[in-house]
Design a binder for this molecule. Structure first.
Ligand code: HEC
Length: 139
């Protein structure tokens, strides 16, 4: 029957429009979420060092938006990764938590009875936040 076909076509069209509207939402930004949740309290939302709890720290958090500028225009990826992971060479008494360890513990608590690759889990979160810091760089 043509009228039911028309109805079906109309419904399909509505379905496509709704799907399109859903896809138009901003994409999930894992690095930003990681940064906002775990780093912004100290480093500030924009990474410039004006976090909400900085007066509780012995050292002021460095400006993370000028890492490239302070390194001859090149983002020091490996060093940033090491600092965040906490596995780099001694930084004296660190005010900053070692995230590599924190993420490992979190993973272990989350995936209690399920086999998972802990290193992959930690690396994914580390790389997401490091990539986000890269996007915060000023010229
Ligand atoms: C409790 C406060 C605090 C939190 C939370 C924190 N940091 Fe830090 N961060 C610091 C301080 C203070 C320093 C300076 C070095 C030190 O004292 O450990 C620092 C140093 C750094 C550096 C080295 C910058 C440079 O100039 O070499 C990077 C990169 C960094 N933090 C990234 C992060 C990321 C990414 C997160 C979140 C996953 C984070 N920090 C969470 C306090 C913090």
């Amino acid at each position: 029957m043509p009228s039911s076909l028309n109805t079906r076509l109309a419904l399909t069209l509505v379905g496509c429009l709704l799907a399109g509207a859903a896809m138009a939402q901003p994409r999930f930004d894992a690095g930003k979420r990681e940064f906002d949740d775990n780093c912004a309290a100290c480093h500030g939302k924009d990474g410039k060092g004006a976090g909400s709890i900085t007066d509780l720290l012995k050292k002021s958090p460095p400006d993370l938006s000028t890492l490239a500028r302070r390194n001859g225009g090149i983002f020091p990826l490996a060093r940033v990764y090491e600092v965040v992971e906490g596995a780099g060479p001694g930084h004296g008494t660190r005010d900053m938590p070692a995230w590599g360890k924190t993420y490992s513990v979190e993973a272990a608590e989350y995936y209690i009875d399920v086999p998972y690759n802990q290193e992959a889990y930690v690396r994914t979160r580390m790389l997401a936040v490091v990539e986000y810091i890269h996007r915060l760089q000023v010229k």
